[in-house]
Design a protein around this ligand. Structure first.
Ligand code: S3P
Length: 179
């Protein structure tokens, strides 16, 4: 399969690692949050506040369906991409199936400490605004980790690693041809 998919919690580094992998492997880079924002013409924070989280989750599934349909009859069969997916996307069973159809899925696994250090002061993640952020991150991680595991072909621990180190680890998986 010619597409690489990166999943994991907010702050796992999917976007920066994804962009670096795209450069290193000669693939295009795309990101589900950015594609939804472009399609809707508004920011994720606005979508959450105006339409609610459920509407955003439907948009994620619709986008994934469009990508899977397009990938099943590509205009250029050589044309692969690296896709960074929003942290909550793999929570729907249908999405987990679609992700595995679309490419080889790598889960960038992170601890609550890493998330909190990386996202300190971030105002772009609606689920992490307000008080008791540590508790929320810990709760979400404990609800989500098993599902990230189910959605992925492999897991890589991203705590304390540089983008370059993570690209090297992903490269080993990518060139192994393993699923
Ligand atoms: C979310 C993660 C965000 C974005 C939205 C919801 C989540 O993406 O899709 O704020 O539920 O974990 P990133 O993981 O890219 O931050």
């Amino acid at each position: 399969m010619k597409n690489l998919i990166l999943t994991g919690f907010m702050g796992a580094g999917k976007t920066s690692v994804g962009k670096a992998c795209a450069r290193a492997f000669g693939l295009r880079f795309c990101d589900t949050d950015q594609m939804i924002e472009a399609h809707e013409g508004r920011a994720i924070t606005e979508i959450f506040s105006n339409q609610g989280e459920e509407a955003f989750r439907r948009m994620e599934t619709e986008l994934l369906r469009r990508l899977t349909d397009a990938a099943s009859c590509p205009s250029d069969p050589e044309d692969g991409f690296v896709l960074s997916v929003g942290g909550g996307l793999p929570m729907r069973a249908e999405n987990r199936q679609l992700l595995k159809q679309l490419g080889r899925v790598v889960w960038l696994e992170v601890s609550a400490d890493t998330v909190l250090a990386r996202l300190k002061g971030d105002a772009t993640r609606p689920l992490l605004q307000g008080r008791d952020v540590r508790e929320r991150v810990e709760d979400l991680l404990s609800q989500r980790n098993a599902l990230y595991g189910e959605a992925a072909h492999t897991a890589i621990c991203a705590d304390g690693k540089t983008v370059e180190e993570l690209v090297s680890e992903i490269r080993l998986f990518w060139h192994s041809g393993k699923k």
